[in-house]
Design a protein around this ligand. Structure first.
Ligand code: NAP
Length: 249
């Protein structure tokens, strides 16, 4: 399958690792990583990169046909549900094989005090019952759900500055993972945080905050993953290599 074009839907650490792995192991492939363009200065993967939305399923169908794509790898974040749904629809229409690489979610350990909630709105309701000084790590595009909470103070960590609507009492820390346990403990102490809110992103890059919350006995509001349409799925970047071989040699 010399010259096969592979579209890698990215924006995650795994996607960058996969791009590097394919560059090393499969130099015969043309791999194009696609980024949404949300982050001003994204960490760039190895190889070819395109930036920006496709324009929904119809736009992606056109792109797949124009670039003669032979396989699509969806390595987006587990909460990028729209992009994942678009990939399922467009790949089915064009007849291109699709593999989703999705890391498992987190599992509570002994000592954890997690409250699982189905949405950001439910997280905002729950956090109002649990604490006053909230460490909010759900990403800068999910703050609107918390904007109505006036009694709580929020510590928000994001890669780029968040945009309104925002909670009234707010401190922003600009940072990008991975984070260490010591750094997370330090942050929680320094800001006297009494409750943590996170998406169930899974993976090790941002798990230290959960270990820190456990150590300090802090409650965690865990937002469940959004549903995505069924697709062939693996958990590890390494599992892509045999899948590609099975698909086209
Ligand atoms: P989303 O809600 O599923 O996507 C919204 C729209 O953004 C999509 O319909 C698509 O636009 C465009 N888009 C998303 N990912 C794209 C990609 N890799 N390449 C080209 N276009 C893309 O996704 P999101 O939550 O905004 O996430 C955007 C990006 O940030 C993803 O690449 C994701 O991996 C990364 N990310 C997300 C989170 C998170 O918590 N959601 C966290 C870390 C990283 P069109 O409809 O125009 O094609």
């Amino acid at each position: 399958m010399d010259g096969l074009t592979v579209l890698l839907l990215g924006g995650t650490g795994e996607a960058r690792r996969l791009a590097a792995l394919l560059a090393r192991e499969r130099p015969d492939l043309r791999v194009v990583t696609s980024l949404a363009g949300r982050v001003a200065q994204p960490a760039l993967p190895e190889g070819e990169v395109r930036v920006g939305g496709f324009g929904g399923p119809a736009g992606l169908v056109e792109w797949l046909r124009r670039e003669r794509v032979g396989a699509v790898l969806d390595v987006t974040h587990p909460f990028a549900a729209r992009m994942s749904a678009t990939a399922v629809t467009a790949c089915a229409e064009v007849g291109v094989p699709l593999l989703v690489v999705r890391r498992p979610g987190w599992t509570a350990q002994p000592g954890d005090a997690w409250r699982r909630v189905p949405s950001l709105e439910a997280a905002a309701e729950t956090v109002a019952e649990l604490g006053e000084r909230v460490f909010l790590t759900t990403g800068r595009q999910s703050l609107a759900a918390f904007a109505g909470l006036d009694r709580q103070w929020f510590l928000v960590r994001s890669v780029d500055p968040p945009e309104p609507p925002l909670p009234r009492r707010l401190t922003v820390v600009l940072d990008r993972g991975p984070f260490t346990l010591d750094a997370e403990l330090d942050l929680l102490h320094r800001y006297a945080v009494d409750v943590l809110v996170t998406k169930d992103s899974g993976g090790s890059m941002t798990a230290a905050k959960l270990h820190a919350a456990r150590r300090l006995g802090l409650p965690v509001v865990m937002v469940d993953r959004p549903p995505t349409p069924p697709a062939e799925e693996v958990e590890r970047v390494e599992d892509v290599l045999p899948w590609l071989l099975r698909r086209s040699g």
